[in-house]
Design a protein around this ligand. Structure first.
Ligand code: NAD
Length: 483
C-alpha cells in the first residue's frame, strides 16, 4: 500500500484486518489548513472491545513466542522506518506541524527505538538465587504483563508510540494502540509497517477515535492488564483513578514546567542556544521544553537582550519550507490557549519582551511568533504548562536562589543548568527534583536507549525507554525448587 492510499482513509487494525469506523474524522495540515491530510475511521466502544478481545486471544501464543521471533519483527519495523524516514518525516510535518528536519529526525528515532528493543528481546534476564533453606533453589524470571493499552498524545506521533509499542512487543505482550485524534495518518503509517512485520493476528491492534470513548474503554476494560499513557495531567489523573480502582498496572508521563538555569559563569552563547532550542524548537510543544529560564542577576539583562535578538530573527513558517526554524502550532485550540496565556501574562504584570502574536503567512495556518516574558515566580505563566512557544525569564540572585526557583513547581520532568562550574553542575544534578538533568544542553532532546520520565506531577509509575522499560512491560515471578 502506498502512502497516497493511506492518507485517504486510515483504518483500524483489529485482529489482523483493516476495519472501517462507525464514523469518519479528518486531520488537517496546520501549516495550510486547506489541506486535508487524512480522512480516518473513528472507532466506537464495540470496535475497541473487539480489538481488546483480539489482543487477549493472541496473548497465550505470543507471550510464549521465541525472543528471536520478536526480535526479527521489531528489527524489520525499525529498518523500514529508517529506510522511509524522509517520506514519513514529511507526513509527520504535514500532520503535526514540526519542521521537516524535526519530522525526519523523529521518524529515524522511532526506527532506532524498534532496533534497540529488537536487541532487548534477546536480553530478557532473570536471577538465580540462593535459598535460606537447604536444598532449595530460587529463581526470579520476567513474564509479560498481558494486554497493554497504549494511549498517546499528538506531539511525537511516531516516537512516543514507538517507545511504548516496541518494548510491549519485545517482552511478549499484546497491544491495543489508541493514538491522539490530531495525528491519525502518522498512527496509521506506523501501524501499517507493524502489520507487515510477521506478527500473528491480534498481537498489535490500532483503534482511532476519541479519548472519551476509545481511550476510556481501554482504561475501564477488565481484559486490559496494563496502561501506558502520555498526555496531559488532568487526563492522566482520571486514568490513574480508574485504572488503579480495577488494579491495572499503569504508567503515566504527563506535563512539565522545565527550568533552565543560566549562571553568570556560563558560556554565554551556548546558554542562549540552549534556551532557544529548548524553549521554541518543535514550536515549544514538548513536555521537556524549557518554559522557565532562570537567569543569574549579573547576566540577566544581557541574556534577555540577546535572546530577544535571536527570537526576532527566528524563521516561523510552513513546516515543509526549507530554512524554517519553527513550524505552526498544532491546531486552532492550542493556538488560542497559547494566546490566552500571553494575555494572562500581560494582565498579571509580566513584562513583555517579544512575540506572542498571531502571524500571517502565505498559506493559512496556526502561526504565532515565539513569546518571551519577564515574570515573577507567582505568575501563572511561570507555574502552568502552556505547551507552546511561550517562555518566561525569572531573575535569580545566585546559584542557591536559582536552584530554589527551579524546584518551586509541582512538575518534575527535566531541569537544565548552563555553567562552567563543576561544583554547581554536580550540586544541581543531585538536588534538582526531576527525573532528568541536563548540563550545558537544552532540556529537550534525549537519547532513545536510557530511562525517560519524571517525578512529582510529571510522571507516575516506572520509567519508559532503555532497559528500564522492562519494569513496566514485565511482571516478576519467583520460582522455588527442591533441587
Ligand atoms: P491529552 O491528555 O489531551 O490526550 C492524550 C491522549 O489521551 C489522547 O490520545 C487522548 O485522546 C487520550 N484521552 C483523552 N481523554 C481520555 C480518557 N478519558 N481516557 C483515556 N484516554 C483519554 O494530551 P495531548 O493534548 O494529546 O498532549 C499534550 C500533553 O501531553 C501535554 O500536557 C504534554 O506535556 C504531555 N506530554 C507529556 C510527555 C511526557 O513524556 N511527559 C510527552 C509528550 C507530551
Amino acid at each position: 500500500m502506498k502512502l497516497g492510499d493511506m492518507q485517504q482513509n486510515p483504518r483500524h487494525l483489529i485482529n489482523g484486518r483493516w476495519d472501517i469506523g462507525t464514523t469518519t474524522g479528518v486531520s488537517t495540515n496546520p501549516s495550510d489548513t486547506r489541506e486535508v491530510v487524512a480522512e480516518y475511521a473513528r472507532a466506537d466502544r464495540n470496535q475497541t472491545e473487539l480489538a481488546i478481545r483480539a489482543a487477549a486471544d493472541a496473548l497465550p501464543h505470543w507471550s510464549h513466542s521465541t525472543p528471536q521471533r520478536r526480535a526479527d519483527a521489531l528489527d524489520q519495523i525499525g529498518s523500514e522506518l529508517l529506510a522511509r524516514k524522509d517520506e514519513l518525516g514529511a507526513l509527520l510535518s504535514r500532520e503535526e506541524g514540526k519542521t521537516l528536519p524535526e519530522g525526519v529526525g523523529e521518524v529515524a528515532r522511532a526506527g532506532q527505538i524498534f532496533k534497540f528493543f529488537a536487541g532487548e528481546a534477546l536480553r530478557v534476564q532473570g536471577e538465580l538465587m540462593a535459598s535460606v533453606r537447604a536444598g532449595v533453589q530460587v529463581d526470579v524470571t520476567r513474564e509479560p504483563v498481558g494486554v497493554v493499552g497504549i494511549i498517546a498524545p499528538w506531539n511525537f506521533p511516531f516516537a512516543i508510540p514507538a517507545w511504548k509499542i516496541a518494548p510491549a512487543l519485545a517482552y511478549g505482550n499484546t497491544v491495543v494502540f489508541k493514538p491522539a485524534e490530531l495525528v491519525p495518518a502518522c498512527a496509521w503509517a506506523l501501524a501499517e509497517i507493524i502489520s507487515r512485520s510477521g506478527l500473528p493476528a491480534g498481537v498489535f491492534n490500532l483503534v482511532m477515535g476519541s479519548g472519551r470513548e476509545v481511550g476510556q474503554t481501554l482504561v475501564d476494560h477488565p481484559l486490559v492488564n496494563a496502561l501506558s499513557f502520555t498526555g496531559s495531567v488532568p487526563t492522566g489523573e482520571r486514568i490513574l483513578q480508574a485504572a488503579t480502582a480495577r488494579r491495572a498496572k499503569v504508567q503515566l508521563e504527563m506535563g512539565g514546567k522545565n527550568p533552565l538555569v543560566v549562571l553568570a559563569d556560563a558560556d554565554f552563547e551556548q546558554a542562549i542556544e540552549c534556551a532557544l532550542q529548548g524553549s521554541y524548537f518543535s514550536t515549544g510543544q514538548r513536555c521537556t521544553a524549557s518554559s522557565r529560564l532562570i537567569v543569574e542577576a549579573k547576566v540577566h539583562d544581557a541574556f534577555v537582550a540577546r535572546l530577544r535578538q535571536r527570537l526576532e530573527a527566528l524563521k516561523v513558517g510552513h513546516a515543509l519550507e526549507r530554512g524554517i526554524e519553527m513550524g505552526p502550532v498544532v491546531d486552532a485550540g492550542q493556538l488560542d490557549q497559547n494566546l490566552a496565556y500571553v494575555e494572562i501574562a500581560r494582565n498579571e504584570g509580566a513584562e513583555h519582551v517579544w512575540g506572542g502574536e498571531r502571524l500571517e503567512r502565505p498559506t493559512p495556518g496556526h502561526y504565532m511568533s515565539p513569546a518571551l516574558f519577564l515574570a515573577r515566580p507567582e505568575h501563572r505563566i511561570a507555574r502552568e504548562e502552556v505547551f507552546g512557544p511561550v517562555a518566561c525569564v525569572l531573575r535569580a540572585d545566585d546559584y542557591e536562589h536559582a536552584l530554589a526557583l527551579a524546584n518551586d513547581t509541582p512538575f518534575g520532568l527535566c531541569a537544565g543548568i548552563c555553567t562552567t562550574s563543576l561544583k554547581h553542575a554536580m550540586h544541581f544534578k543531585r538536588h534538582a527534583e526531576v527525573g532528568m538533568t541536563m548540563v550545558n544542553l537544552p532540556t529537550a532532546g534525549v537519547d532513545f536507549h536510557v530511562p525517560f520520565g519524571g517525578r512529582k506531577d510529571s510522571s507516575h509509575g516506572s520509567r519508559e525507554q532503555g532497559r528500564y522499560a522492562a519494569e513496566f512491560y514485565t511482571t516478576v515471578k519467583t520460582g522455588y525448587m527442591l533441587a
